[in-house]
Structure formats: C-alpha cells, structure tokens
Design a protein around this ligand. Structure first.
Ligand code: CA
Length: 270
C-alpha cells in the first residue's frame, strides 16, 4: 500500500537530478519482485499522471518537471494501480478514458485505499461526468483540451487545499538590509517596514524563496497571480517595477532584484 494517508505537501522546490531519479524509481517500482515503497524526495511533489495519449502525456510531464513536480506516467489503468501500490504520490492526475478501463474505476479503487488527491481529466465536459467524478472521491476535474498552465494551477490549488492546513510558512529571510517574513507578511528594509501591496509582497516572497537563483516569468505568473489569470505579462513587469522602487533598486544596477533577460528575475543571494 504505497499511497499517503498523511499527505505531505510542500511548495515545489529544486532538487538535483530529479528527472533521472523519477525514471529510475519507476523502473524499480515496476520490476518484478520489488516490494518496497519508493518514497518521494522531500519538497518535490510526486504526481502520478495516468494518460494513454502520448501527445498529451509527454509534453505535459515535461511541464510538470519544469514546474518543480516529479511526474510519473502510467499509460493504462492496470499500470496506474500497480504504480500506486508501490510508490507514494502527492496527487493523481487521472484520464477518464483509458485503453484497458474507465478512469472512474481507477478513481474508485484508489479511493478505497487512500485519500491521495485525485484530479480527473475528461474530454466530456458534461455535468454528469463532473458529478460522477466528484462523487467517486475525485478532488477536482479538468476538461480537455487544457493548457499545462491551467492544470498545474489546478494541481497547486488542490495540493494547497488538501494539505493538512497549508504548508508551514517559510522562516523570515535576510538578504542584505532586506528582511522578508512570509509568516507575518512583513518586509522591512534597513529596519523600516515596507508598505507593499499583496501582489508585491507575494512576488517578493517568491523571489526571496529562491534567492540567488532565477525564477522564470511563467513561474512568477502562475505562483503569484490567480490560477485564472490570463492577463498580459506586462503586469509582472509593472509589479517588479514598483517593488524595485520600494526596495530602492535602480534598473541598471539593482541591489536586490536582477533581470535575467528572456527568462525571469533573480533575487540577490542572502
Ligand atoms: Ca485517454
């Protein structure tokens, strides 16, 4: 029985050699005679992605990996259930139409043993599918065709909701004269509290979490803005601009928020 009863939810974070490891884990888990449970590595939510259409599963698994998740793909209902027996997952993304069965049966079977969050993928966007999927214990559903950003936002929302409470807020951080305290939602510069809007604060926290490393524009947009955000990415630049001004950063030689052209932004290392 490999699924979580206690959910371990955390913000996705970097981990070395993650892609390799997930391939190895999957191979190990599928090996005959393997009896142990493969634990997910700390901090990188492992997603079981059950989808037989490779044109969907391959690019989407890449998007999941890029966004800090550890995807494990199953192409059939049988493979999904076998993997769920042997590995622990933080969430299951489950296609409704599988070559060897109905995703709803897989959902029911998973639910018998575990309360792992399940998001159903369905091509049939009828009210009936919705009700049946959710009655079987799925946490949410997404109608095809979907964008990877849409599903990843949905996964994040389900993980946030289903975590036993939200993940513990990160500890206060000091970067030069800047102090960011996500728990207290306070930031100060040289001891003076900064007056930040909600978005500016969230943006600051997200950048500070990976201080010293670049955070992509896509990641900033999906983690700081609502999951239903389809607006212009100009918004991001406007917010970075006002945040920089409040931090006393000059665009040409910033102390804190550095632009990584074509990629995103990087907060100075602590
Ligand atoms: Ca399918």
């Amino acid at each position: 029985m490999g699924l979580h009863s206690q959910r371990r939810v955390g913000a996705p974070s970097r981990r070395p050699a993650a892609g390799k490891e997930s391939v190895r884990d999957r191979g190990a888990a599928l090996e005959a005679g393997y009896s142990g449970i493969v634990e997910p590595a700390a901090g990188r939510p492992r997603i079981l992605f059950v989808e037989d259409e490779r044109s969907i599963s391959e690019p989407f698994a890449k998007a999941l990996a890029r966004e800090g998740f550890e995807p494990v793909t199953a192409f059939t209902a049988a493979e999904a259930l076998a993997l769920a027996e042997r590995m622990e997952f933080d969430l299951v993304l489950l296609d409704l139409n599988l070559p060897d069965g109905d995703g709803r049966d897989v959902c029911r079977e998973l639910r018998r043993k575990s309360d792992v969050p399940i998001v159903m993928l369905t091509a049939r966007g009828t009210e009936l599918d919705r009700v049946v999927g959710l009655e079987l214990g799925a946490d949410d559903y997404v109608v095809k065709p979907f964008s990877s950003a849409e599903v990843i936002a949905r996964i994040r929302a389900v993980l946030r909701r289903s975590g036993n409470g939200s993940p513990a807020p990160a500890a206060a951080q000091t970067i030069g004269e800047l102090t960011v305290d996500p728990g207290a939602r306070q930031a100060s510069l040289a001891g003076e509290e900064l007056d930040l809007t909600r978005r500016e604060f969230d943006l600051l926290v997200r950048l500070a979490r990976d201080a010293g490393n670049v955070v992509t524009r896509e990641e900033l947009l999906s983690s700081v803005w609502d999951e239903n955000w389809y607006g212009s990415t100009k918004t991001l630049d406007v917010h970075v601009g006002t945040l920089r001004r409040k931090l006393g950063d000059e665009a040409e030689s910033p102390t804190y928020i550095h632009t990584v052209r074509g990629v995103g932004f990087r907060m100075a290392a602590p």
